[in-house]
Design a binder for this molecule. Structure first.
Ligand code: ADP
Length: 400
């Protein structure tokens, strides 16, 4: 029997998301998630996607990642998709931080594990959880290739002029401070899919990708290679996000510490969890914000305006970085669904060849689609992201 299945694991500090794919055609066999690991009310939701099975959901204590993965394996086994199956070819892990070192998806061995561990100081929340997921999966199937697919890898092609902060070089190097960028799997997938939508090879086009989910980032992609991205040392930099401030004068932090008498931990929480849209208007869901705007809510309107202002600044900046732009691609939860965001982001940019067609923009759809008027100088597109498929594809190609 040929092994054609890849399991994709995205391990967070208290959650595991997973998808099982068949790489003969990229189809999903099952998907699911375990949440609140380590609590009494852990929840497992499993959805088989073959054979017309229904989603199964249950709440019970799941002590740790090991127990979580075993519970997932048991669910998969019920659908005849057990992880002990000879059809499973590899396991692909989303790893948030690969530093400068990991420019490609990498088969995991002890050296790779040690390097991911060495990067914990720059990714204190994410890399430990990713490591736990990897170790757990290794214990379950030590014979299988396990591949790390890094969120930072696509951005390692950024030139030094974009990747370095203008701070003392020795201090920066000692502490590995530079702009790494995140959401790389999505930016890679979407920039390629955009080229495909235009009927071109990725090497022939320059694309600005706007990944607007709860976390949000922009990237400038020249001929298939990332030349700039809006997230930096951490995912805090750049666009206004659901709960993160994005760009800000760094002196705000000194001010909060000195005048506001806040601790570093408090400021960290404020800027990462209580800022952005939620800090501005109390909601981080764009649907709710639009609903409030329709009712005349001024705070929601201001939050939306600040969000759009920042987005527009990045479109302009990346236009300048690239010199020539063939397409702008909107993706992720907000980018794929919120027509008013897309419309407002390019409003008034006709001089740059940018416009959206109101009718095309209003149409809902699943696949990649153009929303710019026919004959527009720059294509504006909605390109749904698929990070799991990209991780599975890279894992499959890397595991051999
Ligand atoms: P994550 O960063 O958590 O992966 P997603 O890419 O799933 O986020 O995006 C989630 C966000 O997408 C939600 O917080 C919400 O703001 C937005 N969103 C989802 N559906 C819609 C919709 N129909 N209209 C507007 N915004 C939406």
């Amino acid at each position: 029997m040929t092994a054609t299945r890849v399991l994709v694991l995205n391990s967070g500090s208290s959650s595991v998301k997973y998808q099982l794919l068949d790489m003969r055609d990229g189809s999903r066999l099952a998907t699911g998630l375990v949440e609140r690991i380590g609590e009494q009310s852990s929840r497992l939701k499993h959805t088989p996607l073959t054979g017309g099975g229904e989603s199964r959901e249950r709440t019970e204590p799941i002590a740790d990642h090991d127990a979580a993965l075993k519970a997932v394996a048991a669910e998969l086994a019920k659908d005849g998709l057990g992880l002990d199956s000879p059809e499973l070819a590899a396991i692909g892990h989303r790893v948030v931080h690969g530093g400068k070192h990991f420019t490609e998806p990498t088969v995991i061995d002890d050296t790779v594990l040690a390097e991911i561990e060495r990067l914990i100081p720059v990714a204190p929340l994410h890399n430990p959880a990713n490591l736990t997921g990897i170790r757990t999966a290794q214990a379950l199937r030590p014979d299988l290739p396990q591949v790390a697919v890094f969120d930072t890898a696509f951005h390692t092609t950024m030139p030094e002029s974009a990747a370095r902060y203008a701070i003392d070089v020795e201090t920066a190097d000692r502490h590995r401070i530079r702009r790494y960028g995140f959401h790389g799997t999505s930016h890679a997938y979407v920039s390629r899919a955009t080229a495909e939508l235009l009927g071109k090879d990725p090497s022939e086009v320059n694309v600005i990708v706007l990944h607007l989910g709860n976390g949000a980032s922009a990237s400038a992609v020249r001929g298939g290679r990332c030349v700039d991205t809006s997230m930096g040392l951490t995912p805090l930099e750049g666009l206004v996000m659901g709960t993160r401030s994005g760009d800000m004068d760094p002196a705000v932090i000194f001010h909060l510490a000195r005048v506001g008498e806040m601790s570093i931990a408090e400021i960290d929480t404020l800027l990462n969890k209580k800022s952005g849209l939620i800090g501005l208007c109390g909601d981080n869901d764009m649907r709710e914000i639009r609903r409030r705007i329709d009712e005349g809510d001024e705070r929601a309107q201001l939050a939306f305006d600040i969000y759009i202002h920042r987005l527009k600044k990045y479109i302009g900046a990346y236009y300048a970085v690239l010199g020539k732009v063939d397409a702008i691609a909107f993706t992720a939860g907000v980018g794929e669904n919120a027509a008013p965001v897309r419309e407002a982001a390019v409003a008034g940019l006709e001089q740059l060849g940018l416009a959206v067609d109101a009718e095309l923009n209003a149409v809902r759809g699943d696949g990649p689609r153009l929303i710019s008027p026919a004959g527009a100088r720059v294509a504006v597109a909605v390109v749904p992201t698929d990070e799991e498929l990209e991780i599975a594809t890279q894992t499959w190609a890397t595991a051999g």
